[in-house]
Structure formats: structure tokens, C-alpha cells
Design a protein around this ligand. Structure first.
Ligand SMILES: Cc1ncc(COP(=O)(O)O)c(C=O)c1O
Length: 465
């Protein structure tokens, strides 16, 4: 036996020993209590690694808006920054500087009159950005009411029922009445007229969504501003807008530069976005910006040390990982405007091809088309189909590895069940062709059924993302 063969055998032996030890110890590690003794790091790694093997494949996950792919160089930077805490600005001033640069870049991208005068923060995601945006709307409203000696106990926030769940959370956590405008099968998002009609003296603001979570469509923010202007002329009510651009904040500036939705509109006081959606960063980083310093009250800023001085912080969390902020800056430097433009154009074009091809499959009906909106679309079934549902189609696609969620639309449209496809960086034309083939095969299989599929218990879901 030569030395190479001997060393391979030894390797195999030690791996076998390792495996055996893992099998012996794994059974003894309590799952829901802290074990008395720990495991060696390599065994602990293997145990956790093996446990995770049944998770879905992130690249085939068409359910989430959140990034699942980054360049290897970005991953390397993130690893180099894994131990950096965003709040330690004095200790990691270079990371703090990158956060500041990202904020200026976003203020410029969203057409702030003076990008250097805009104020904002990175967050853990859009939900935190929305909480902060809503909290500031409430604070301003209450100050105005108190200054006039008026009742300040019943604030409300106007939005469509298509808003993401973080806005329900905001209203519950901050004691604000959610004034939800129902969507209809013909109108799957809020309009300016509907928004203005729900406002009164207790309205802290209107939420406009740039990229509805349900179908990827953009709400008409400029129209909202026009209707709120008319409302002010008629009644004197001056209602601000917060734009929830969780997804669209990184898509519209590149795919639809002519669309006016951002700080060009004076009523838009604040905007949030998720760096970890179309910003192209792995979870979790978000951003929230106010158009000018005066829009963010002093009372809501808190100071931390920064190079011997003081720096305001705004976020909900104190500690937060710095790696994602660094990765965001990496994307800005690496992609530039042209890189983002190309990425968004390519996603839109792949999404359009997919949507057009699915529209050609008779029982599928396109609910929204990705042209000029997020690279996202939803399909529903022809009402004549009675043997199967989109939930069963979703299950069948899952057996091929695709994660495509099916759900019913919110109140007043809950009779409509849809399958939603979200395309993100890393989704290629080859993958689209494969997906289309799998959808076509599944639809064909269902269409040949002689009788209805059995209904699995509790399969229908309402909306989560
Ligand atoms: C419109 C909208 N707002 C807010 C959120 C919440 O974002 P995050 O997951 O970054 O907290 C989402 C998530 O999908 C969303 O689509």
C-alpha cells in the first residue's frame, strides 16, 4: 500500500469514527434544553449542518423578495465584517462612514432636493423602516394637535388592505387606528381618490406602496399627492405620505426613471426600502430616509459616541450587524447605476417572458403583468377549473424543488386564490425555461384529471409575505 492510499484509508477511518461519534452523541443532545456537556465544534457543526439539509434551495425560492445570492467578493467582505456591530461607531468609524455614504446615495437616487440634507438610518429591514416612518408621522401629527389644544388620542393611518403585515404591526404597537381601504378584483391597490376620501383631522399620514406585495404593482403616489392637495384646498387638512418602497425603491429608479413617486413629490416626507430585497444584499438590511433634517424631530434622535464626538442614532435596535451595510456599499460600488439598470432590466425581461408564456396556458390567468412594475407577477385559475387549485399546483411544483407560494387575496377579494412568482438576482433564463417546462407539465397533468383532487386539510393560506 503506498503512502497516499494509506492516508486515504486513515482519512476514511477518522471520518467514519467521526460519524459514529456523531451518531452516538446526536441522540444525547437535548433539542429543547441546554445540554449539560457541549459538543466538539466540528461535531456541533456537522449536527447542525445535517439538520439544515431539508431546508428548501434558496435559489429556487420564488416566494421571497429577500436576496438569496451575492457575488463571492461580497460574501468575503461580509465574513471580514461579521464581528462588527453597527452601533459601535467610535470603534468602527470606517463602517459608519459607509452607512453614511449609502444614505447619501439613496437620497440622491430618490431625488431629494439636497441629498446631503436628507437624514436617515440603516435598519434590520423594511419593517423597522416602516415603524420609524410611521412613528415620526404620528409624532408630527400629535405636536400639531397639541399646539392647537385639540384631542390627540385617536390617530389613524390610511392605507390599502394590500399593505404588508408590518403596517398592521405598526398600528398595533403604536396604538394607531389602521384605516384600511379594501382592494377590489378590478383594483388591487390603493388609489389617490380612495386614500383622500378616508382622511380626516386624525389622519397621521397615507402609506403608498411602491411594489405591492400581492402582485408587484406600483401604487400611484403622484396621484395620491394630487388628491391630497385637493383635499387640503377643500378642508385645510395637510396629510403627508410615507412611501413603503420595500421592493420598488431599488427597481423603479432603474426600470421606470420617468415615474414620479419619490422626494420630487413634496408630500412624500419619508421612504423606506429593503437593501436585502432588490438592493441585492443578503438578509437583513433596510433603509429609511426623511427628506430633510426638519422632518425628523430632535426628540426622536439619540446620540452615540463617534470619533470623540456625538452622532445621532434612530433605529429601534441598539446593536446590529455591520456586514450587511458594508455589503450594500459593495453593491453600490460594484454595480453602479448601469449595473443596477442591467440587473433590473434583465429581471423584468425574464419575468415578462414567463408571464406571457403562462398567460398562454389556458387555465392560468395573469393577474398582473411585470412590465413597468416589480419583476413579480401572480396567476390565478380560470373559474371553470374545478378539479384542482393553485394550492395543489404549488405543492406539485415543490416536488420539483420550486418554492412558489399560493394564497388568497385579502378581505373583499378572498375568493381569488393566486400563485405568485418573485424574480430576483440569480434567477437566470435557463432557470426560467426549466420553471416554465415544470409548470406546463404540472398544468397538463392536472388538466387530465378525471375527477377532483382530494382537498388536503388546512392547505389554503392567507397571505404571509
Ligand atoms: C411592501 C413591503 N413592505 C414591507 C415589507 C417588510 O420588509 P422586511 O421583510 O424587509 O421587514 C415587505 C416584505 O415583503 C414588503 O413587501
Amino acid at each position: 500500500m503506498n503512502p497516499r492510499q494509506r492516508s486515504t484509508l486513515l482519512d476514511t477511518d477518522s471520518r467514519l469514527g467521526h460519524r459514529l461519534q456523531l451518531r452516538r452523541t446526536a441522540g444525547q443532545v437535548p433539542r429543547h434544553r441546554l445540554g449539560e456537556q457541549g459538543l466538539q465544534a466540528d461535531l456541533a457543526y456537522q449536527l447542525v449542518h445535517d439538520h439544515l439539509m431539508l431546508d428548501g434551495n434558496a435559489r429556487l425560492n420564488l416566494a421571497t423578495f429577500v436576496g438569496t445570492w451575492m457575488e463571492p467578493e461580497a460574501l468575503q467582505l461580509m465574513q471580514e465584517c461579521a464581528e462588527k456591530n453597527m452601533i459601535d461607531k467610535d470603534e468602527y468609524p470606517q463602517t459608519a462612514e459607509l452607512e453614511e455614504r449609502c444614505l447619501r446615495i439613496l437620497a440622491d437616487l430618490w431625488n431629494a432636493e439636497d441629498p446631503d440634507a436628507a437624514v436617515g438610518t440603516s435598519t434590520t429591514g423594511s419593517s423597522e423602516g416602516c415603524m420609524l416612518g410611521g412613528m415620526v408621522l404620528k409624532w408630527h401629527w400629535r405636536q400639531r394637535r397639541r399646539a392647537q389644544d385639540l384631542d390627540d388620542r385617536r390617530p389613524n393611518l390610511v392605507m390599502g388592505t394590500n399593505t404588508q403585515i408590518c403596517w398592521d404591526k405598526f398600528c398595533a404597537y403604536f396604538d394607531v387606528e389602521p384605516r384600511m381601504v379594501p382592494i377590489t378584483p378590478e383594483r388591487l391597490h390603493l388609489t389617490g381618490a380612495e386614500a383622500a376620501a378616508r382622511c380626516d383631522e386624525n389622519t397621521i399620514g397615507v402609506v403608498g406602496v411602491l411594489g405591492s406585495t400581492f402582485d408587484g404593482s406600483y401604487e400611484p403616489i403622484a396621484e395620491m399627492q394630487a388628491c391630497l392637495d385637493q383635499l387640503q384646498e377643500r378642508t385645510g387638512l395637510d396629510v403627508p405620505i410615507h412611501v413603503d418602497a420595500a421592493s420598488g425603491g431599488f427597481v423603479a429608479p432603474f426600470n421606470s426613471p420617468e415615474l414620479v413617486w419619490d422626494f420630487r413629490l413634496p408630500r412624500v416626507k419619508s421612504i423606506n426600502t429593503s437593501g436585502h430585497k432588490y438592493g441585492g444584499v443578503l438578509p437583513g438590511v433596510g433603509w429609511v430616509l426623511w427628506r430633510e433634517q426638519a422632518a425628523l424631530p430632535e426628540e426622536l434622535r439619540f446620540n452615540v459616541n463617534y470619533l470623540g464626538g456625538e452622532m445621532p442614532t434612530i433605529g429601534m435596535n441598539f446593536s446590529r450587524p455591520g456586514a450587511q451595510v458594508v455589503a450594500q456599499y459593495f453593491n453600490f460600488v460594484h454595480l453602479g447605476r448601469e449595473g443596477y439598470r442591467q440587473r433590473m432590466a434583465s429581471l423584468e425581461s425574464i419575468a415578462c417572458c414567463l408571464a406571457d408564456a403562462m398567460a398562454e396556458m389556458p387555465p392560468l390567468r395573469l393577474l398582473s403583468h411585470p412590465r413597468g412594475q416589480l419583476p413579480v407577477f401572480a396567476v390565478t385559475l380560470d373559474p371553470a377549473v374545478s378539479n384542482w387549485t393553485v394550492f395543489q399546483l404549488s405543492e406539485r411544483l415543490r416536488s420539483r424543488g420550486w418554492l412558489v407560494p399560493a394564497y388568497t387575496l385579502p378581505a373583499s377579494c378572498e375568493q381569488i386564490a393566486v400563485l405568485r412568482f418573485v424574480l430576483r438576482a440569480g434567477f437566470t433564463r435557463d432557470m426560467a425555461d426549466q420553471l416554465l417546462e415544470d409548470v406546463a407539465r404540472a398544468v397538463d397533468w392536472f388538466q387530465r384529471l378525471p375527477s377532483p383532487m382530494p382537498e388536503p386539510v388546512g392547505s389554503e393560506q392567507s397571505f404571509h409575505h
